[in-house]
Design a protein around this ligand. Structure first.
Ligand code: HEC
Length: 203
């Protein structure tokens, strides 16, 4: 004899099971920290990097807009991939700008000197707004026995047009995403960066 109850209930159970699976899937999606494309892949063997897990987490990119990465607060951040070999354009550009404009006082790779502080440490606590403010307006410790001055770069286009680049490079050094490296590979220069550079340098 034909068992009617079996024929009727099976599809219902199947539908219920499907519904459960899809709700679970949606939750799993929500719980993901970020798009895997945005995750960093660092060089675990680079002892000069001094990785700071808390900062690496805090600085993790949650968004990318034409090659420019942003953290959860909406500030620019770095993106390091291929076991630390590949830098996003802005971090690479920041490395170059830093070694053109800042290293004479702040030392190579943000390591500091007898004259100026190690920016790889300063950027562990300075906010984006504070960094940009100091860069544009300068800083002077009036109480210091020796007068040490951070010049104001507000009028210097070679610095201010690349302020975000400098910031993300120094953030990458502060979090230990990159060590004392000479970057070899980088993501392509985004069209947005080309346009912004032209407008900033020319205007
Ligand atoms: C002529 C030397 C000199 C140059 C060039 C220079 N700085 Fe400085 N910078 C200093 C000194 C000195 C201080 C410390 C000032 C103080 O604390 O009073 C400083 C402080 C800073 C600080 C604050 C650090 C902290 O811990 O509060 C930041 C950020 C900074 N510099 C960024 C830069 C960047 C980025 C560049 C390159 C575009 C640069 N500086 C170029 C001398 C320099």
């Amino acid at each position: 004899m034909l068992n009617l109850s079996k024929i009727v209930t099976r599809p219902v159970i199947a539908a219920l099971a499907l519904a459960t699976v899809s709700t679970v899937a949606v939750h799993a999606e929500d719980a993901k920290p970020a798009d895997p494309k945005l995750a960093n892949s660092l060089n675990a063997n680079d002892k000069t990097a001094e990785q700071d897990p808390k900062l690496l987490k805090q600085d993790a990119a949650v968004k990318v807009d034409d090659g420019k990465y942003f953290d959860a607060e909406g500030h620019p951040t770095f993106h390091v991939t291929q076991d630390g070999k590949m830098l996003d354009w802005y971090t690479y550009s920041g490395y170059r700008r830093y070694h053109a404009e800042c290293h004479v006082c702040h030392g190579p790779d943000g390591m500091g000197s007898t004259y100026a502080p190690a920016l790889k440490d300063s950027l562990k606590h300075l906010s984006y707004e504070e960094f940009i403010g100091i860069l544009a307006g300068g800083k002077q410790d009036v109480n210091a026995a020796e007068q040490k001055v951070m010049p104001a770069f507000g009028d210097n286009k070679n610095v201010m047009c690349y302020s975000d680049d400098l910031y993300v490079y120094l953030k990458a050094r502060a979090a230990g995403a990159i060590g004392r490296i000479r970057p070899s590979e980088h993501e392509d220069k985004p069209d947005t960066a080309k346009k912004a550079e032209k407008e900033c340098m020319g205007g």
